[in-house]
Design a protein around this ligand. Structure first.
Ligand SMILES: Cc1ncc(C[n+]2csc(CCOP(=O)(O)OP(=O)(O)O)c2C)c(N)n1
Ligand SMILES: [Mg+2]
Length: 375
């Protein structure tokens, strides 16, 4: 692949050459919007951790800090009719889906920030209505497959969903999100094999953040590049620099275009690093099983900084504009609202206000919807 001169690169990202770069068709406004979406995903993360520290929120939070470029870069090229299946690490994906150009839209093919915040606060008005505070939600109408707790468990579901769509003449693709830990599951292999045999438009995104809870990737996978597993299914395996939103966009959009054209599934491995613990319950213990130097190095290539640098070098941002909001390198404790664009803060404030002013569900609801879904 033609090297991206904008950012320092992991040399392994150049494994599979691209004929063209989808990013070259993005306008200045679209690139700037992707930059804003990175801030939004980061702000969601740091703000919720602050809310919890203040005692305004309960439940476990799974941080996507440092991994935002994977969600933004992969979702930005989708059509509203496409499907996604996020997991625990991808909570912002629920509201980033179909956000492109749609920040003020009443209805779109993604969850509203109000629904997502109500979910986190366990309130009426959320899809889960206090059964969980996190990602075990979905929406048929918004084309988000309900996540299950079983790692890689949504890949076969995604295959079925797009199989059905194809048989009805649709052209939808599905992005499934998975950690590198889930690639050791039997169902990961069965499902991709099935999708490959039937040329189904399923893109398996692997967020390789180097750790599966306390297990390093070297103890979970015999191959250094998870994308190499694609060879066994006879499908493309792309490697993206998961810190570079435009590289993720290039690789995922290439895989999506291919899938939409009927050429079948791909794996896109996004190289990244889990900046904090597995969940916020694991934060304080992180240093016990991860080398502090590894953590320091893993946080160095912040996706916000890398995108900013790229926009400045394209001439899309002046150096003065670029320095207005510095969110990178700041933990939830260090970051303040002034580190984020005001429209990002306002967007999330709307969701939080809705959530905290919504009632908790009635206790009697607890036994409902156990055997049959309501929608
Ligand atoms: C089949 C299965 N085994 C174990 C678990 C428990 N579990 C939940 S998340 C997790 C770690 C997942 O690591 P990875 O897939 O790399 O994703 P990450 O958390 O790093 O984003 C584990 C072991 C599970 N949910 N499903
Ligand atoms: Mg992982």
């Amino acid at each position: 692949m033609e090297a991206n001169s904008d950012t320092p690169r992991d040399p392994q990202s150049d494994q599979r050459p691209l004929d063209s770069r989808p990013r070259d068709l993005l306008s200045r406004e679209e690139c700037l919007e992707m930059f804003r979406q990175l801030y939004l995903a980061r702000y969601f993360d740091v703000r919720l951790i602050k809310e919890k520290k203040r005692g305004r929120l309960r439940g476990t939070l799974y941080s996507s800090h440092n991994q935002e470029a994977i969600m933004v870069g992969s979702l930005y090229g989708l059509k509203p009719t496409d499907w996604i299946s996020p997991i625990h690490r991808d909570m912002p994906a629920f509201f980033l889906k179909d956000l492109r150009g749609n920040w003020d839209a009443e209805e779109r093919s993604g969850m509203s920030i109000e629904e997502v915040c109500a979910q986190v606060w366990g309130r009426v008005g959320s899809p889960g209505r206090a059964r969980d505070n996190w990602s075990h939600i979905g929406s048929k109408s918004k084309r988000i497959i309900h996540s299950t707790s079983m790692l890689a468990g949504t890949i076969p579901v995604a295959a079925g969903v797009v199989y059905a769509d194809r048989s009805r003449g649709g052209d939808a693709v599905c992005l499934t999100y998975n950690g590198e830990g889930s690639t050791a599951q039997g169902i990961f292999h069965e499902a991709i094999n099935f999708a490959a045999v039937h040329k189904l438009p399923v893109i398996t995104i692997v967020e390789n953040n180097q750790w599966a809870y306390g297990t390093p990737v070297s103890q979970g996978s015999p191959v250094t590049n998870i994308a190499d597993r694609a060879k066994g299914f006879g499908i493309p395996g792309y490697i993206a620099d998961g810190q570079d939103v435009f590289d993720v966009y290039d690789k995922v959009t290439t895989a999506v275009n291919r899938a939409r054209a009927g050429e079948g599934p791909s794996i896109v491995e996004c190289k990244t690093f889990r900046a904090y613990g597995h969940g916020d319950h694991d934060d304080d213990r992180a240093n016990k099983y991860r080398d502090p130097e590894e953590i320091m190095l893993g946080r160095l290539r912040d996706p916000i900084a890398i995108c900013r640098q790229s926009l400045v070098s394209k001439g899309y941002l002046s150096t003065e504009e670029a320095e207005l909001f510095i969110a990178e390198g700041k933990s939830a404790t260090d970051a303040t609202n002034d580190d984020f664009p005001p429209e990002v803060v306002d967007f999330l404030n709307k969701g939080i206000e809705f959530a905290v002013n919504s009632p908790l569900p009635e206790a009697a609801e607890g036994g409902m919807w156990v055997f049959k879904e309501s929608n």
